[in-house]
Write a protein that binds this ligand. Structure first.
Ligand SMILES: NC(=O)c1ccc[n+]([C@@H]2O[C@H](COP(=O)([O-])OP(=O)(O)OC[C@H]3O[C@@H](n4cnc5c(N)ncnc54)[C@H](OP(=O)(O)O)[C@@H]3O)[C@@H](O)[C@H]2O)c1
Length: 267
């Protein structure tokens, strides 16, 4: 893989667009990016917006040095069936579909292409994503560097062994929704205490954004930051004691195990 490598993006929906944007910010020339997208209007929108090309699936994968598979998990088998006859046999295949294993992709293709599996999350769309990549057999150091390089442009990236991908799904993949649910609960709580919907929403969102920024930028742990705002017998202590009596930790752990188990089932 080098600056002249051609990249095919298969499926240019929500996540596909985030990845196209990351590819370009990581230095890939837009002229070398070609999308294959079922919806013609979406394809036209993205080719105009990012100055990239579009091509039918078979032609696209025959030319590409790297393929990003960004279709829904339920569409993956038919896409693999459609491309296996024409794929460039040395191309790197990068799959983003939840629950679809490297061995699933490899055996459906039966072409021997190297495969990398990635779990991204939706904050990718604002450059604050968290991605975890698992590298399959035969992936070269250069190919791995390419993947980690463009994923860094989506936010942060780590490498994990593939058996931990269900745990990653339960943590960072589904994780944004946990915080959204918490925000919904806090807004409802603030309204019950008499605040208007608008003020409850502003106070809650700015609080979660500020807390996240402090966690990211202060270099202090969540425990230290929590302790810093908790004076003995104060207001925060009263709220945290209530969380403790509802056993927040085991509630969160139970929810994450449910997400991990569901991810295993879907695979
Ligand atoms: N969004 C997330 O938070 C997130 C997080 C982690 C992982 N992922 C993974 O990312 C993948 C994509 O998710 P998404 O939310 O971006 O889905 P999406 O918005 O539905 O995008 C997928 C796109 O692929 C198109 N498509 C389907 N079959 C195709 C084919 N044979 N050839 C070309 N295009 C085809 C779809 O068109 P139609 O709509 O017409 O079918 C759709 O526009 C999923 O596998 C998901 O598991 C997403």
């Amino acid at each position: 893989m080098n600056q002249q490598s051609k990249v095919a993006v298969i499926g240019a929906g929500v996540m596909g667009e985030g990845l196209i944007s990351a590819l370009i910010s990581s230095g890939v020339n837009p002229e070398l990016i070609t999308i294959s997208e079922k919806r013609a209007d979406r394809s036209a929108e993205l080719t105009a917006k990012y100055s990239i090309k579009q091509a039918p699936l078979a032609a696209n994968v025959a030319e590409a040095d790297a393929l990003l598979l960004v279709v829904k998990p339920q569409d993956m088998a038919s896409v693999l069936e459609e491309i296996k006859g024409s794929i460039n046999p040395t191309a790197l295949v990068i799959t983003f579909a939840a629950g679809k294993s490297i061995s699933f992709i490899s055996s459906a293709l039966s072409t021997g292409n190297p495969v990398v599996r990635v779990m991204p999350n939706t904050p990718t769309l604002v450059g604050a994503g968290m991605a975890a990549a698992s590298v399959g057999p035969g992936v070269t150091a250069e190919q791995k560097q390419f993947v980690l390089g463009f994923l860094a442009a989506t936010g942060k990236v780590i490498e994990v062994s593939e058996d931990l991908q269900d745990a990653v799904t339960a943590t960072s993949g589904s994780g944004p929704a946990y915080f959204f649910a918490f925000v919904e609960a806090m807004v409802a709580g603030a309204r019950e205490l008499g605040l208007s919907d608008e003020d409850a929403t502003t106070l809650t969102i700015q609080t979660i954004v500020g807390a996240a920024k402090l966690l990211d930028e202060s270099g202090k742990s969540a425990t230290t930051l929590r302790e810093n705002v908790t004076s003995p017998n104060g207001t925060t202590a009263a709220a945290l004691a209530s969380f403790g009596s509802s056993d927040l930790n085991s509630m969160v752990a139970k929810a994450m195990k449910a997400a991990r188990d569901r991810s295993q089932e879907l695979a």
